[in-house]
Design a protein around this ligand. Structure first.
Ligand code: ADP
Ligand code: MG
Length: 405
């Protein structure tokens, strides 16, 4: 690993250090439903404050439209951070405005301020290099050094991830180092059999990685929203289930390639079909050959893998020595459609080798279903980032910290 680490920044006592965290936690009615990402940010923040650094924490939350939006305020996250650290954390109600300037100027040695959501500023994610650089320069003016620790965003070329790292002496934080330690084991020469389980709803994002993963894995298990694009590619009708029509051809190519490579690409044989999207929906288990053969016909929605599929996937996972899982198998947030995800999570806790869970919703799912983090080899804070890393892509947010793959 060639990453620049905290030590490379020298003594930070009395210096102001900007830390990019990924505090993009799931919220329901303003309450944090899974604070895993806040917890994951603690080691780096503690390492800095214990040296007497003044810490400025920056993060995004959700996808506000480049404008201030109270639903995506980091205020509750700052509060939780203070509780978890057991020390005061101030919150600035803007990102680079007067509130932020005042809060940073009032920091004492060892003090911590959280600035408001980076994405309230359209420049953070602007397509224009100049705009991003200009925004990064405003952030850089707050500090003497930059620590990048938001693993979930290192695959994004965004101002606080990429340009800011160029604008100041910069290094990777402890979370990024820990994440890469594990993911490196999955890319080098993973112990076999190596199984990757994919699900979730960011279908087009994730379909792209399959082509790259195929040559590296022994078995690929497909669940979640993307399974319907695969079933369609095999000629099945999928009712009103999530479907990316323009990806059907690509997926057909993956099925072909898997066969050529001798990779087992396994699709569900049964799914839970519902009358509508909702916890009170009527639902029944259908074989994939007759998803539309229900009381709701083509308006039926596939919202989970069925019990036969879950049992088969679980058996394969238990027999694997390396497992990477990204993306819930169904709409786990709704109790009737959580069983598939729960079975898969349980199987991961039972493998004899390395089990890794990646993805914000996947991590939230295993915690919501009652599992403990330490039942898994590793729970990654990054979904897209970990997938792109496993693909062997160069991630801009790591490259800028000296990483060479
Ligand atoms: P991660 O954050 O772990 O990378 P994603 O963001 O891709 O995962 O997907 C998580 C979401 O996928 C969950 O909110 C879940 O409800 C949804 N999901 C899973 N299966 C389905 C399905 N069959 N139809 C619609 N949504 C689904
Ligand atoms: Mg997600």
């Amino acid at each position: 690993m060639t990453l620049r680490t905290l030590e490379s920044l020298g003594s930070l006592a009395g210096r102001t250090v900007i830390v990019r965290c990924d505090l993009n936690v799931p919220l329901a009615d303003g309450e944090i439903t899974d604070d895993g990402r806040v917890r994951a940010s603690l080691p780096t923040i503690n390492a800095l404050t214990s040296q007497g650094a003044r810490v400025v924490v920056i993060s995004h939350l959700g996808r506000p439209d480049g404008a201030s939006d109270p639903r995506y305020s980091l205020a509750p996250v700052a509060e939780r951070l203070g509780e978890l650290l057991g020390s005061p954390v101030t919150f600035a109600t803007d990102t680079v405005g007067d509130a932020a300037k005042d809060a940073v100027a009032s920091l004492a040695d060892g003090g911590i301020v959280v600035l408001e959501n980076l994405r309230f500023n359209p420049e953070e994610t602007s397509k224009s290099d100049e705009e991003r650089a200009a925004f990064a320069a405003k952030l850089a003016a707050f500090g003497d050094a930059f620590v990048s620790d938001g693993f979930g965003v290192v695959h994004r070329k965004q101002a606080s991830v990429y340009e800011l790292a160029k604008a100041l002496p910069s290094a990777a934080g402890l979370l990024i180092v820990a994440e890469l330690d594990v993911l490196d084991r999955l890319t080098g020469n993973p112990e076999r059999p190596y199984t990757v389980v994919l699900g979730g709803s960011k279908v087009s994002d994730k379909l792209g990685v399959i082509g790259h993963l195929l040559p590296r894995v022994n078995t690929l298990l497909i669940g979640g929203g993307m399974l319907f694009t695969f079933l369609k590619a095999q000629g099945f009708e999928v009712g009103s289930s999530l479907l990316e029509r323009d990806q059907v051809e690509t997926v057909r190519g993956y099925l072909q390639k898997a066969q050529e490579l001798g990779v087992e690409l396994i699709l569900p044989t049964d799914v839970v079909v519902a009358s509508k999207f909702g916890g009170d929906a009527e639902h029944e288990v259908r074989p994939v050959s007759s998803i539309e053969d229900t009381p709701w016909g083509a308006s039926g929605l596939g919202l989970d893998i069925g019990p036969d599929t879950a049992a088969k996937f679980a058996e394969i996972i238990r027999e694997s020595v390396t497992v990477f899982w990204n993306g819930p198998m169904g709409v786990f947030e709704l109790e009737p459609f959580a069983a598939g995800t729960k079975q898969i999570a349980l199987a991961l806790t039972e493998t004899r080798g390395l089990s890794v869970v990646g993805g914000g919703d996947s991590a939230a799912a295993v915690r919501a279903l009652g599992f403990d983090d330490d039942q898994f080899g590793h729970i990654s804070t990054g979904g897209g980032a970990s997938l792109e890393f496993l693909e062997g892509k160069t991630l801009p947010g790591l490259e800028v910290l000296g990483w060479q793959s």
